[in-house]
Design a protein around this ligand. Structure first.
Ligand SMILES: [Fe+2]
Length: 231
């Protein structure tokens, strides 16, 4: 009989810190996720189709095109590999091909870290669950600075796909009673504390899904942006 995967205490995500003195945005404190209004601008498909993608597996069968990285190189490794927290990023050679997306990221007015396009191949619920995890967004991030969170902008239209989100139970494992599903229609935007919430994308489609993912450092300016842009 097939058994459904579920993380245990041995899962690497359980070791990632949940609590710290970092500044947190109040808008994310309750649920760990805020849905934003759909993008009021369109992005030409050349801004993700003409980029250079790297083979990098995270959350399924994925490839990533970095728009900003720790040192401006086309590199998907964690910023900590270069001795820095996930902020203060430098645009890569891909950025010149994606002006709408880069302008969008800088217009937020917050310190950003990795900025990448994810290309995710289709995966059903059962397959996706095997990749559910929490992110290590705040490694090397000084505790008197802002907590790093992530924002999404969906570039392709996948209305039958969703980001599966779950908060932690008392043992630090995903709590099914807190499950949320964020639909991934074109233009959908949301901010997630991905170090807190377990997450993975279920992609019910025949073609890849593309989205812009940006790490932002929490600050009062980021909070204002989230409040102004939220639904
Ligand atoms: Fe993640």
């Amino acid at each position: 009989m097939a058994t459904t995967f579920w993380p245990t205490q041995e899962h690497w995500s359980v070791q990632i810190p949940l609590h710290s003195p970092h500044y947190r945005t109040p808008s994310l404190s309750q649920d760990g996720v805020v849905l934003l209004k759909p993008a009021n601008f369109s992005v030409p498909s050349v801004e993700w189709e003409s980029l250079e993608y790297l083979d990098w597996k995270s959350g399924g069968d994925t490839n990533f095109a970095p728009l900003a990285s720790a040192d401006g190189e086309l590199d998907c490794r964690g910023f900590w590999d270069k001795g820095q927290p996930d902020k203060g990023a430098i645009f890569t050679s891909n950025a010149a091909k994606a002006p709408t997306l880069c302008n969008y990221v800088t217009s937020v007015g917050a310190n950003f870290g990795r900025v990448r396009i994810i290309k995710l191949e289709p995966q059903d619920h059962e397959t996706a669950l095997r990749s559910i995890h929490r992110d290590d967004n705040n490694r090397m991030n000084p505790e008197n600075e802002g907590w790093v969170v992530r924002s999404w902008l969906e570039l392709t239209d996948s209305p039958n796909s969703y980001m599966l989100l779950m908060d932690n139970d008392a043992d630090g494992l995903p709590d099914r009673s807190t499950e949320r599903r964020v639909p991934l229609s074109r233009g959908s935007r949301f901010v997630v504390d991905t170090q807190r919430l377990w997450h993975v994308v279920v992609h019910n489609a025949n073609t890849p899904r593309y989205a812009l993912i940006t790490s932002f450092e929490s600050s009062p300016d980021l909070e204002n942006w989230i409040v102004n842009e939220s639904v």
